[in-house]
Design a protein. Structure first.
Length: 508
């Protein structure tokens, strides 16, 4: 009997992926391929490439240990065509399968490729939905039609009702849906941040690290020390560590930032969730269990579950509902080139240097660093959306287009005109000063608004509002700053524009 060829991508590393659902080990073959095109179409961080290749190789090993036949094409195989389409065509020739079975990918570009295979391969190609998510494409579309999900908060409440997560009958646990207002504390001086569990590379991972050093050594980011889990067993250990040690403090300090503390109380779970080593369902269930057993408070658990059941599902829904046109919008007509500091980390702005430094060291930065520092700067500076999107897609171990693009294009750059978020998250230096200790020891002063020594975020913030008066001034959520701007003397406005222009023009 001809086998079915089950093609598993690098972000589908779970036995629960739909392409493996009805796998017959006596008959079928699992195909996995490492291809250069995918590592290079944006210049991915070296640790991101090592993480994914090591996780793939360990997953193949685990499948083989179950007695499953795995056809694994390595990056340095001389016959490797280095593209998905080339490798699937070669594998079909090798195995003459009855059909090819795949789970839909996390990127529009690859989805289009898969649609081509259905035309070009001499066997049927079955593309299955990725059911690792709480909300299917059809459900998201239906919720949108019912106008229940225009905004994330309403979508999230509906998902709480549907899944029963953190519900007490029909009511939200704790008496309210959202504990966000309790989750904005700055880090008190002297608070102990728990040390984070990292994982020592085994021989298989070491071989991958050497391969990445040899082939992608010129890419952004430090390759070592490498501390990510690359097996399901270690990812589960990372989940235990989060639930026991940092989830209790996650809520209070969700928005805090501190120099030299790259992880704080965050989960560090997104790379595992996104590549398949952990599932969203088990992670949310564990967090809920921690609340019910009294191990973590409601503001921490609700805040965490909202990120996954709410934001993660919502951005995915938007991505698949709006692509490919979504990526082309540019509501604020932003067009500046990405400043070199994003790649070099060299800047006297301490907040930017800290966040880019963390990114370089770990292929990770936490949400507020991405949103309110590197993202905020790109928004205020008017960086071309495509350029900042490429940066975010390249530098984070958790970056796959379905989740990266809506976060950057929509949440950060407001390039979608407000489809994702009702207003741009623009902020001046006062916000960063309040939520971090970055400003102490910075070359600039967050309390100075204009002129030499002023924090660039201050004049860039007002300059952004001035430049975008037409598309943004009618936004009710920006009514207050626009009222302030309306009262501002013309000379003061002119100084802001002059400071911002001089600063931006001076950036390499
Ligand atoms: C500009 C920008 C780019 C981003 N790019 C990515 C990306 O490429 N991949 C990615 O997974 N997340 C992205 N995020 C969302 C978020 O920053 C990361 O998921 C989070 O920092 C991952 O670290 P963590 O696991 O420690 O998260 P925690 O702070 O512990 O949060 C828990 C989980 O919630 C989920 N989550 C939180 N916020 C979001 C969000 N806005 N969208 C989707 N999921 C969310 C993640 O799965 C995360 O693991 C981006 C956010 C911004 C502002
Ligand atoms: S003063 Fe401004 S540039 Fe410096 S760290 Fe603070 S917010 Fe960043």
């Amino acid at each position: 009997m001809s086998p079915h060829l089950r093609f598993v991508l690098g972000d589908q590393l779970t036995r629960e992926v739909s392409s493996l659902a009805d796998l017959d080990p006596a008959r079928d073959i699992v195909l996995m391929v490492e291809v250069e095109v995918e590592a290079r179409y944006v210049p991915h961080h070296q640790q991101k490439i090592a993480f994914l290749l090591a996780a793939m190789r360990h997953f193949a090993q685990a499948l083989r240990a179950e007695g499953i036949r795995v056809d694994y094409v390595r990056l340095d195989d001389p016959a490797n065509t280095q593209s998905f389409s080339g490798e699937i065509a070669r594998a079909v020739e090798r195995h003459a399968p009855a059909s090819v079975i795949v789970t839909e990918p996390g990127e529009w570009r690859v989805r289009a490729m898969m649609a081509d295979w259905a035309e070009t391969l001499p066997v049927p190609v079955h593309i299955r939905e990725d059911d690792r998510f709480f909300c299917s494409h059809a459900e998201f579309a239906a919720l949108g039609r019912a106008r229940k999900t225009g905004r994330m908060e309403f979508f999230y409440r509906e998902m709480r009702r549907r899944t029963g997560l953190l519900m007490r009958g029909d009511a939200p646990e704790g008496g309210q849906w959202n504990f966000d207002p309790e989750n904005r504390r700055a880090l008190p001086r002297g608070l102990r941040v728990p040390p984070r569990q990292r994982f020592t590379p085994d021989a298989l991972t070491r071989a991958v690290i050497d391969l990445v050093a040899a082939r992608f050594g010129g890419h952004f980011g430090d390759l070592e020390p490498f501390g990510w889990a690359v097996t399901r067993a270690d990812a589960l250990r990372a989940l235990d560590h989060f639930i026991e040690d940092t989830l209790p403090g996650f809520g209070d300090y969700q928005d805090a930032m501190k120099a030299g503390e790259d992880f704080l109380f965050h989960g560090l779970l997104s790379p595992y969730l996104n590549c398949g080593l952990l599932t969203a369902r088990e992670v949310c269930a564990r967090a809920e269990e921690a609340f019910r057993s009294g191990a973590a408070p409601i503001n921490a658990v609700e805040g965490f579950i909202r990120q996954i059941l709410g934001w993660r599902e919502f951005v995915r829904g938007i991505y698949w509902a709006e692509m490919p046109a979504y990526a082309d919008s540019n509501h604020l007509n932003a067009g500046r080139d990405l400043p070199a500091m994003y790649w070099t980390g060299e800047t006297p702005m301490r907040c930017m240097a800290e966040c880019i430094g963390a990114t370089r060291r770990h292929a990770y930065a936490h949400h507020i660093q991405r949103l309110m520092v590197t993202g905020n700067f790109a928004l205020l500076a008017g960086v071309a959306p495509a350029q900042i999107e490429e940066w975010y897609l390249a530098v984070y171990a958790d970056a796959f287009e379905w989740v990266e693009l809506p976060n950057v294009h929509g949440m950060v750059m407001h390039a979608d005109g407000g489809r994702l978020g009702s207003k741009p998250y623009a902020a001046s230096g006062a916000y960063i000063d309040r939520m971090s200790d970055y400003c102490k020891g910075c070359a600039f002063n967050p309390k100075v608004k204009r002129g030499p020594g002023a924090c660039p975020f201050n004049y860039l913030y007002w300059n952004f509002l001035i430049e975008n008066e037409k598309p943004l001034s009618a936004n009710p959520r920006l009514a207050m700053p626009y009222r302030t701007l309306a009262r501002m003397p013309a000379a003061q406005r002119a100084e802001i524009v002059a400071d911002a222009t001089a600063f931006l023009d001076s950036l390499p």
